[in-house]
Structure formats: structure tokens, C-alpha cells
Design a binder for this molecule. Structure first.
Ligand code: ZN
Length: 432
């Protein structure tokens, strides 16, 4: 076991590994705040260095547990294996920016077992929770955390409860629940309810569920989720030949994934596995961009938005992003950009039609964000054309096809004869 403690990156307090919830100095229970996710897992780096090197890593199978010394699960019996991680780093070849000589890569996280990157953070956090004695698993989610957790619970043979909201973090705005995600979660066997009440009330309910049932609520093991997110950074470095890219663009809600990735790059550099660190960029939907606002105002603790505006990226529509995300972009010399629905849709269609990659709209924000940053001059030419830029495609397109059914109209009915079909294709300017 190389994990030593949970450390608050804001106030510096250390907690034992069994601590639950947020830093007790920085966050108020039940309150939405940029300081509710400030904890990270600390490791005995000297001991890891004696045990692990790049050659040893290369010999191992792909996936989360390839990095087991750098993860907090002790007993191998609790390393629940669904095949998470080991995803493709796809070089873009046909989109216009690639044709113009830019070196762009997409980390295709939609190919994780439940269809999103959440199989990494939840894979680790749920494993830790069960190792620490949880009798069941529960979470509050707009869908992807719920699917990842319900799958893990099924594999581990424990019960699970999903409080399903229409948009992540928007408990009281009445957004409709994503039907595809509901169906997926239910099929894994979880109990699913849509809770009524404000987020503060629901956090209090979560604590009560833990106390009454002995189950683990996923946001109370947030530090371990961040730890699972590190593995994405490890894989990117290995896939680029033990190098970090110049910049990484992450679709960002609260910022846990962004911060986890940053911690992963930092850890690999501290272990001597890479020489340089990337710049971290957050991409948020317009109307739910508290981190972008904070970044532009040089305000390390993002303010809570009164209201978010409806958009096509519910998984990253939160009222507030975390200090940890701000810290990652500041320390790395990165930044934050907001993108509109039409930019995400254009990126989604381009990824699919030029590169054969079908991503959820919130994921396509990664490419939309790269485009926005290039247009704003945030990226230097040697970064985009030589070292390379990576976007994190967080989830699979099948996660929200129904939501796009209003954007993509139903296919036209065409008479089943060659003449009628040819006329139709010619009207669409398809080369015959
Ligand atoms: Zn603290």
C-alpha cells in the first residue's frame, strides 16, 4: 500500500484514508461550493520509485489496475475488473485542422465498459468503498456516474441506488432525465429514483443513506474518484512515447476529471516517467461556465451560478466548478473556454463524419474547445503542430442519441426503386 493520506489542496490539512466527504475546514456540509472537492490521495513516492519503473509498466496488461501501485486499493480481491481503461488515443487525420497540419489526438473514453470515462473514477472509488466495508453503493448523477457505479455493483454482487437528475448538479431546475441513461442504469439492476429537492437537501439525504444503510455515496469518496481519473493521464503519456502533450482539453463540470488528469501528469513527472507537463484547458458549455468566469476574473474560488442555462451538455452543466480545477489550469499555465451548442454539434458531427468517432455532445466539447482556443490564439504554433494537443472525449455518442433526435430530423421516405433513389441521391449531391 503506497497511499498515505488524503490531503486538502486548499488549506493543507491531512486526513486519514478512511475520511469521508469533503475537507472539514473548507467545505460546509450540504452546501454547493467550489471547496467541496479539495481532497486528493497522497502517496509514498520514494517507495513507489523503488518498486516501479517504465519497463515494469510496459510489461503489464492495459487497464486501470496496470497502475495499481498508484491507486489506493490494497486487497487485490477488491480491484473490481470490468475492463476499464486502456482506451485508444486516436490521432485525427481528416478533419480540416488535421489536414492543415495540426497534430491533434482524441482520447476515446466512450469505449470504456459502460460507455464513459466514469468507469475509471467510479471503478477506483467504488472499489475503495467496498474495501472499506460498504454494503452497497449509491450516487447522485445525471447518468454516466450511475451507469458506471451500477455496473460495478453488479460485478461486485452488491446492491446500488441511483438518484437520477436531468442535469448534473441541477437538482431543482426540473430538467428531464436522459431516457437512454435511465434504461442503461436500470438494466444493470440498480434502484433508480429522481429525487425532488435542492442539492443541499439531497447531500443531507446522501449522508442519511450512508448512516442508515451502511452504503457508500460516491461523492463522499470524491478523492478516490480523482485518483481513478489519473490513469487517463498515465495512458496518454505512454501512448505518446512517455511524453506529455502540449495541452489537454477536458470537458469540465465540477472539474474532478481535469484535476485528476493534472495530478496524473504531475505524478508521472515526479516519478521521472515524463520530462514536461502539459497545459490543462477546461471546456464548459455557455450558460454553465463558472470556471471560465472565474478564470477570466482571476478568481481562484469560482462563484456559484444562480442558474444555469439549458444546453446540449447536461453532464458538464453544474452551477459551480471547483477550486481544484482552477488550480490545475493555473499551475499548468492553461486556461478555460466556453462553447455554444452549435460548436459542440459541429465538433460532434466532424468527429463522426471525418474520423469515425461517435461521442456524446458534452464530449465533443473537447474538440469545440480546441477550436475555440486556436481561434483565440491560446495555443502556440509549435504546440499544435509539433508537440500535439489532446482532447478528452469523455463518453460514447449512444449515451444521448435521443436528445439529438430534434437536431437530426427523421430520414426521408424514398420509393424503393433505383430511379427514385438515384434522383434522391443526386438531389443530395452524392457522387454516383
Ligand atoms: Zn481544506
Amino acid at each position: 500500500m503506497y497511499a498515505t493520506s488524503l490531503h486538502c489542496f486548499y488549506c493543507g490539512t491531512d486526513f486519514p484514508l478512511t475520511h469521508r466527504g469533503s475537507c472539514t475546514n473548507c467545505a460546509t456540509v450540504g452546501e454547493e461550493s467550489a471547496l467541496s472537492e479539495t481532497l486528493g490521495v497522497q502517496y509514498d513516492l520514494a517507495a513507489i520509485k523503488r518498486q516501479l519503473d517504465r519497463d515494469e509498466l510496459v510489461r503489464r496488461a492495459a487497464g486501470l489496475w496496470r497502475y495499481r501501485e498508484l491507486l489506493p486499493v490494497v486487497d487485490p480481491a477488491f480491484r473490481i475488473e470490468l475492463g476499464a481503461g486502456g482506451t485508444r488515443l486516436a490521432p485525427l487525420a481528416r478533419i480540416p485542422e488535421a489536414m492543415a497540419g495540426n497534430r491533434l489526438f482524441m482520447k476515446v473514453e466512450g469505449s470504456n465498459p459502460s460507455g464513459s470515462f466514469k468507469d475509471r473514477p467510479i471503478g477506483v472509488a467504488a472499489s475503495v468503498a467496498l474495501e472499506q466495508g460498504a454494503r452497497g453503493l449509491a450516487c447522485l448523477t445525471s447518468g454516466n456516474i450511475g451507469s458506471a457505479m451500477a455496473a460495478i455493483a453488479a460485478k461486485a454482487g452488491v446492491s446500488s441506488l441511483v438518484l437520477l437528475l436531468g442535469a448534473a448538479g441541477l437538482a431543482d431546475q426540473g430538467a428531464a432525465v436522459n431516457v437512454e441513461k435511465y434504461v442503461q442504469i436500470s438494466t444493470y439492476g440498480a434502484e433508480v429514483v429522481t429525487p425532488v429537492g435542492g442539492l443541499g437537501q439531497l447531500y443531507a439525504l446522501a449522508d442519511r443513506i450512508e448512516a442508515e444503510m451502511g452504503w457508500s455515496f460516491m461523492h463522499n469518496v470524491q478523492a478516490y474518484q480523482t485518483d481513478g481519473d489519473k490513469t487517463t493521464a498515465f495512458e496518454i503519456c505512454e501512448q505518446l512515447g512517455w511524453k506529455a502533450p502540449a495541452a489537454v482539453f477536458v470537458p469540465t463540470g465540477t472539474g474532478t476529471n481535469l484535476f485528476g488528469l493534472w495530478q496524473g501528469f504531475v505524478l508521472f513527472k515526479e516519478l521521472g516517467f515524463i520530462d514536461a507537463l502539459p497545459r490543462m484547458f477546461a471546456v464548459q458549455p455557455l450558460g454553465a461556465a463558472s470556471l471560465v468566469a472565474a478564470w477570466e476574473a482571476h478568481q481562484a474560488i469560482p462563484a456559484v451560478l444562480q442558474q444555469t442555462e439549458a444546453n446540449l451538455a447536461p453532464p458538464i452543466s453544474h452551477r459551480v466548478s471547483g477550486y481544484h480545477a482552477y488550480k490545475a489550469i493555473q499551475e499548468s499555465g492553461g486556461g478555460a473556454v466556453a462553447v455554444a451548442d452549435r460548436e459542440m454539434l459541429a465538433a460532434l458531427k466532424d468527429l463522426a463524419s471525418y474520423e469515425g468517432i461517435y461521442a456524446e455532445t458534452a464530449s465533443a466539447a473537447a474538440l469545440a474547445g480546441i477550436r475555440r482556443a486556436m481561434a483565440l490564439g491560446f495555443l502556440r504554433e509549435e504546440e499544435t503542430r509539433q508537440t500535439g494537443v489532446v482532447g478528452i472525449l469523455t463518453s460514447h455518442g449512444l449515451k444521448n442519441s435521443l436528445a439529438l433526435s430534434q437536431v437530426f430530423t427523421p430520414p426521408p421516405r424514398v420509393e424503393g426503386t433505383w430511379e427514385a433513389l438515384r434522383n434522391y441521391l443526386e438531389s443530395r449531391r452524392v457522387k454516383l
